[in-house]
Write a protein that binds this ligand. Structure first.
Ligand SMILES: [Zn+2]
Length: 311
């Protein structure tokens, strides 16, 4: 049978139409069964890298770390994405002062601001076993301010004032459990009896400890005139930076005392964060200069210590 030119054209158009329909059907089937995401190539990280991997959900946030199966995860996974503006990040900042054995005659004040070395080690062991990763205050600020990711189960282990035990007790124990400490040091007594020496400070900074500022003389800042308060705040930063050769970016208010005027001075001095002694572990971007801390005291049992941390 001979087809007219008109019919030939019609048949060709029909064939094209069915061809497109089959192609469309095939595409639909393929994305239904295979998913629509393009598989990601494996990522290889070197130790110390902080490249962002796929962010995990909040449900994973405090799950135990699983060992790396392939070459992709040889460093702690930076995974906690920064919270939305109104939400808080879960970053416990522990606060220690003295690390000593106390006699039975110890006062309430001594008991409040001291932890026995043996208990301190048990606390570090507990944190290590549960997969906590110690971080610096610069990391806290970068997370809250610039949405930089943090390692799994972040924690800050801070020590106030610059007592000698920070070197003799805390430093070796921190290293044993692969943690870093944040030392808020006031600088005038450095090298004096019961305080850290300048070489010790330098050695700890060189070993990865985070050395931060706590004024020159530990005054009640609210009682000082603006200029005097600014000198205490700003010069402690420059003194320490000269001493350790690294930036000092965080400040601890002596006695936890702060107000709007003092916070302004801390910002003017160039600090990117400041810590108080107000309890809690929820940290917000709009509270970068009034961050919360968790005080650890002499009478705290391990379960009381654990109860103050996020589940
Ligand atoms: Zn202090």
């Amino acid at each position: 049978m001979k087809l007219s030119a008109k019919w030939k054209l019609k048949l060709r158009a029909l064939a094209r139409q069915y061809c497109c329909t089959f192609a469309a059907l095939f595409w639909l089937l393929s994305i239904t069964y295979c998913g629509t995401e393009t598989p990601m190539p494996p990522v290889t990280l070197a130790p110390g890298d902080t490249a962002t991997l796929a962010p995990a959900t909040r449900a994973d946030a405090h799950a135990e770390a699983t060992p790396a199966a392939v070459t992709t995860l040889i460093v702690p996974t930076p995974f906690i994405t920064a919270p939305a503006a109104a939400q808080a990040a879960i970053i416990p900042i522990l606060m220690y002062h003295h690390l000593n054995e106390l006699p039975a005659s110890a006062t309430e004040l001594d008991l409040t601001w001291t932890v026995a070395p043996e208990n301190f080690e048990l606390q570090l062991q507990w944190l290590a076993e549960r997969g906590y990763h110690s971080i610096t205050m610069a990391q806290v600020a970068a997370h809250l301010k610039e949405k930089k990711p943090l390692p799994r189960k972040p924690i800050v282990i801070s020590f106030d004032d610059g007592w000698a035990e920070g070197y003799s007790v805390a430093f070796p124990l921190l290293r044993r459990y692969n943690f870093l400490g944040v030392y808020y040091v006031y600088t005038n007594p450095l090298g004096k009896s019961q305080f850290l020496s300048r070489p010790q400070l330098k050695e700890m900074a060189g070993a990865g400890m985070d050395i931060e500022a706590h004024t020159l003389t530990h005054p009640h800042l609210r009682t000082l005139a603006g200029d005097a308060a600014f000198k205490e705040i700003a010069e402690s930063k420059t003194n320490l930076e000269k001493e350790i050769g690294k930036p000092v970016t965080s400040f601890a208010y002596p006695f936890g005392e702060h107000n709007g005027a003092i916070t302004k001075l801390v910002k003017r001095a160039g600090f990117s964060s400041a810590v108080t002694i107000a309890p809690g572990y929820r940290q917000r971007a709009d509270e970068l200069y009034t961050l919360h801390r968790i005080r650890v005291s002499y009478r705290d049992t391990l379960s009381e210590f654990a109860a103050r941390l996020p589940n």
